[in-house]
Design a protein around this ligand. Structure first.
Ligand SMILES: CC(C)(COP(=O)(O)OP(=O)(O)OC[C@H]1O[C@@H](n2cnc3c(N)ncnc32)[C@H](O)[C@@H]1OP(=O)(O)O)[C@@H](O)C(=O)NCCC(=O)NCCS
Length: 147
């Protein structure tokens, strides 16, 4: 079995700005009543693409999902927060770690757990959809401003 991408933590990272937040709705459930995994993956892809496109300063496309782990189910009413962080930058590709936390406002005290994480790779593209070089940026400085 692969090692987890990052140490598991069920503590909501309140020192970071979530890239995207959304409430899981009944329409997003699978036949067993849990939130559909594909819906969560879509939220993660959107969150990852936001930080990748900001870095690239242009359109990006998803080229690979290098890993995806579902730790816990998501339920209707959960507040789902995706935290995306750029891990690596190549000539045209940006590798992003996306971690998803679910907050359960109905629980008392309100619970929060890390439900999912993934490593997703994006490629910067030009108007014709061909790979395009990334701008030269200092990733550490970029992170300190945007993380
Ligand atoms: C993304 C795409 C433009 C890449 O074009 P390409 O000419 O094949 O480019 P390359 O093979 O040289 O790969 C470009 C970069 O992606 C990386 N890459 C390609 N496949 C990868 C994979 N499976 N995993 C990780 N990185 C990958 C390469 O290492 C390279 O990175 P670098 O430039 O930073 O070194 C093309 O494959 C494509 O259009 N794919 C479909 C994208 C799509 O429709 N996504 C879904 C909707 S957004």
């Amino acid at each position: 079995m692969n090692e987890p991408i990052a140490p598991r933590s069920d503590v909501f990272p309140s020192n970071r700005q979530p890239t995207a937040r959304v409430v899981a709705m009944p329409a997003d459930t699978n036949p067993s009543g849990h939130i559909f995994g594909g819906w969560i993956m879509a939220q993660m892809d959107v969150a990852g693409s936001i930080v990748a496109a900001e870095y690239a300063g242009r359109r990006v496309v998803t080229v690979a999902v290098n890993s995806m782990e579902f730790h816990k189910p998501v339920f209707v009413g959960d507040l789902v927060s995706s935290f995306a962080r750029i891990e690596r930058v190549g000539r045209t590709s940006i590798t992003v770690l996306v971690e998803v936390f679910a907050q359960r406002p109905r629980e008392s005290p309100a619970g929060c757990i890390k439900v999912t994480e993934a490593v997703i790779v994006y490629v910067a593209v030009d108007a014709e959809g061909r790979r395009a070089p990334l701008p030269e940026r200092d990733l550490a400085v970029w992170r300190s401003v945007y993380d």
